[in-house]
Write a protein that binds this ligand. Sequence first.
Ligand SMILES: [Zn+2]
Length: 50
Amino acid sequence: MTKPPTTDDASARPTCPKCDGPRATTMVLGPTVGVVSPCGCRIYPRPSFE
Ligand SMILES: [Zn+2]
């Protein structure tokens, strides 16, 4: 069974991979550049582990 993701669940809360803080939104500036809001860390929007 497939359940839709819930934003109320604490375990499903997005966090910043850089500072581990709460991530409200991610602004995508380019194909490999994104800025996390509200902390402002720069991350990869689509992290790839190759
Ligand atoms: Zn951050």
